[in-house]
Design a protein around this ligand. Structure first.
Ligand code: NDP
Length: 483
């Protein structure tokens, strides 16, 4: 593997090793081979990272937005120049096909660095006239921000959290998922090379306990988690106890609704993107595919035809468009859901099995005739399992689509534009799509409602979550007092 990180942690501008922490083996999901070992952060390492971040942040906040932005934009350029090697590393870390990682990971991270680099100089306050007197506001950084990542997009998540945090004048400590610890280290390396002062972007490895120790530390001002709803509940309540700012990007069970009048191939394409990209390990996936009865047979037939062109194999081969699951344990979880689907009476129309080869490969799987009460229609599976449900009319499908605790994403395929906007308007979800699915440009806010989260990543919205406003009342005349 090219350009592997040289130690477990990145603190105060340099790699740091401490082999007294618990070893964490990094496994290439396509073969099951151990490709690296990192060591979980000890309390001393966590302390070192927090102190480095605190020391560096004050000076960074004093720099102009233009200067801060220049560093981020330089980092974006370096990431794009090294896209190939970063994509190879992402593929080793996650198992996602190189065909995907070349266009969706370091490139998306670079977009975030470029976008927030551009925004940094525009972060100003307001002038509020009050007759003779006036109020002005100042947008200030929060201080030390902690980012905790899931394993599906390790480079992207490290940048989606780091770029807005740094643009606003904060320092960041990022803890990657223990399953994919390598990529965030390269992000830290690139930021330093781009001129980021030491201490502003630190990476510490570890399991949930390391994340928890960061979240509860009184020196930390903000926590941004990408993870599951159960972890989100724990992290949110721990952060609340310390009155910290939070962003929670959590799981989903999103509806993708296909009306009879939809363009068939676009709807099938949307369902494929929304269920099988990254082997289905995408939080915003449209895993409940509601198909109106009149188009159901044609939809399933066309889906089956297009699934014939899935190329399942070595993710390092650019011809492969469907790779392994991230880990043996995730594969076992998904196999459990497939078994439940069969037990509860869903009709298996494609896939359903594990491939007979090394690594953690499952077939892309489709169940039809799924009903709302089945486990595979209610719980987040986080694997390549599409559930197709039938519906008759608009009001019915809106009610059923909303009958979930989750609210991350939703999509509608129809040629009727009024209906598209009406239905999207009625769906309880944060990130929605009309005649498309799973696009995530940095310019668009991303995040969920209900149990799927709090706050938004990307776009100008993210600035609200990495900064706070100071308001200053200025009196021009004399102070009147009661006595
Ligand atoms: P987890 O919730 O298991 O873990 C997320 C991160 O939190 C990991 O780094 C984990 O460490 C850490 N963690 C676990 N327990 C604690 C704790 N008590 N305090 C602090 N940190 C903790 O999620 P997965 O990694 O399994 O990722 C899959 C989930 O992420 C899915 O539910 C998916 O929907 C969601 N997700 C959401 C996205 C969004 O933007 N809305 C995007 C991508 C994924 P460790 O792994 O070492 O245990």
């Amino acid at each position: 593997m090219s350009q592997q990180p040289t130690a477990s942690h990145f603190i105060n501008g340099a790699y740091v090793e401490d082999t007294s922490g618990t070893p964490i083996q990094v496994i290439f999901p396509a073969t099951g081979e151990v490709i690296a070992t990192v060591y979980a952060a000890t309390p001393q390492i966590v302390d070192q990272a927090i102190e480095a971040a605190r020391a560096a942040q004050k000076q960074w906040a004093k720099m102009s937005g233009t200067e801060r932005g220049r560093v981020l934009r330089r980092a974006a350029d370096i990431m794009r120049e090294r896209n190939h090697e970063l994509s190879v590393l992402e593929t080793y870390d996650t198992g996602k096909p190189l065909q995907e990682t070349l266009v969706a990971d370091a490139t998306s991270g670079a977009d975030a660095l470029e976008y927030f680099g551009g925004l940094a100089a525009t972060l100003t306050g307001e002038h509020i006239p009050l007759g003779e007197d006036w109020v002005y506001t100042v947008r200030e950084p929060l201080g030390v921000c902690v980012g905790i990542g899931a394993w599906n997009y390790p480079t992207q998540i490290a940048c989606w959290k780091g770029a807005p945090a740094l643009a606003c004048g904060n320092a960041m400590i990022f803890k990657p998922s223990e399953t994919t610890p390598l990529c965030a280290l390269k992000v830290a390396e690139i930021l330093i090379e781009a001129g980021l002062p030491a201490g502003l972007y630190n990476v510490v490895q570890g399991l949930g306990d390391v994340g928890a120790s960061l979240v509860t530390d009184p020196r930390v001002d903000k926590v941004s988690l990408t993870g599951s709803v159960p972890t989100g509940r724990k992290v949110y309540s721990a952060a609340a106890a310390g009155m910290k700012h939070v962003t929670m990007e959590l799981g989903g069970k999103s509806p993708l609704i296909v009306f009879d009048d939809a363009d068939l191939d676009n709807a099938v394409g949307g369902a494929i993107n929304g269920n099988f990209y990254a082997s289905g390990q995408v939080c915003s996936n449209g895993t409940r595919v509601f198909v109106q009865k009149g188009i159901k047979d044609a939809f399933l037939k066309r889906l089956a035809e297009r699934m014939q062109s899935a190329v399942i194999g070595d993710p390092l081969d650019e011809a492969t468009n469907f790779g392994p699951m991230v880990s043996a344990s995730q594969m076992d979880i998904v196999k459990g859901y497939i078994a439940k689907g069969l037990d509860e009476g869903a009709r298996l129309v494609a896939g359903g099995g594990q491939l007979e080869r090394d690594g953690f490969y499952l077939e892309p799987t489709v169940f039809a005739d799924v009903t709302d009460d089945m486990t595979i229609a209610r719980e987040e599976i986080f694997g390549p399992v599409m559930a197709v449900l039938d519906f008759e009319d608009e009001a019915e499908v809106i009610a059923r689509a909303n009958a979930t605790d989750f609210g991350l994403s939703a999509g509608v395929f129809t040629r009727d534009l009024s209906r598209a906007h009406r239905v999207i308007g009625a769906l309880e979800a944060g990130s929605c799509f009309i005649n498309s699915y799973n696009d995530a440009p940095v310019e668009a806010p991303f995040g969920g409602v209900k149990a799927s989260g709090v706050g938004r990543e990307n776009s100008k919205e993210a600035i609200q979550h990495y900064s706070q406003v100071k308001s200053v009342y200025v009196r021009m005349g004399d102070v009147e007092a009661a006595f």
